[in-house]
Ligand binder design. Structure first.
Ligand code: SF4
Length: 100
């Protein structure tokens, strides 16, 4: 499968990711609305997209508390102390690699 066919089959353009450039996200399952690569965990974890590696330290989230709070409604690690804690330096380093 060539790159264009792979992108067409597994990815879709995203409004959030395409404000300034062409950006793609993994397609969602029509019935579950979950990422098609999610199966009791990320089935492509080692090859997951850059935005998944940087999440939740996307620059768009770090710069918008309202948006951060909205995403945190669906991510327990963002709203509790049960997830891994990061130093400010670690957060800056991860955010610098975020595509959004
Ligand atoms: S981490 Fe994996 S399962 Fe989660 S959104 Fe990214 S590609 Fe999909």
């Amino acid at each position: 499968m060539n790159e264009d066919a792979l992108i067409a089959q597994y990815f879709t353009q995203s409004e959030v990711f395409s404000k300034d450039k062409e950006r793609y996200k993994a397609r969602s399952n029509e019935s579950t609305k979950m990422c098609i690569f999610y199966d009791e965990g990320c089935s492509i974890y080692e090859q997951r997209p850059a935005q998944c590696r940087a999440y939740p330290f996307w620059r768009v989230l770090l710069g918008d508390k309202t948006l951060w709070d909205r995403y945190a409604q669906h991510c327990p690690a963002m709203r509790s102390n049960e997830g891994k804690l990061f130093t400010p330096q670690e957060i800056v380093a991860i955010a610098s690699k975020s595509p959004i």
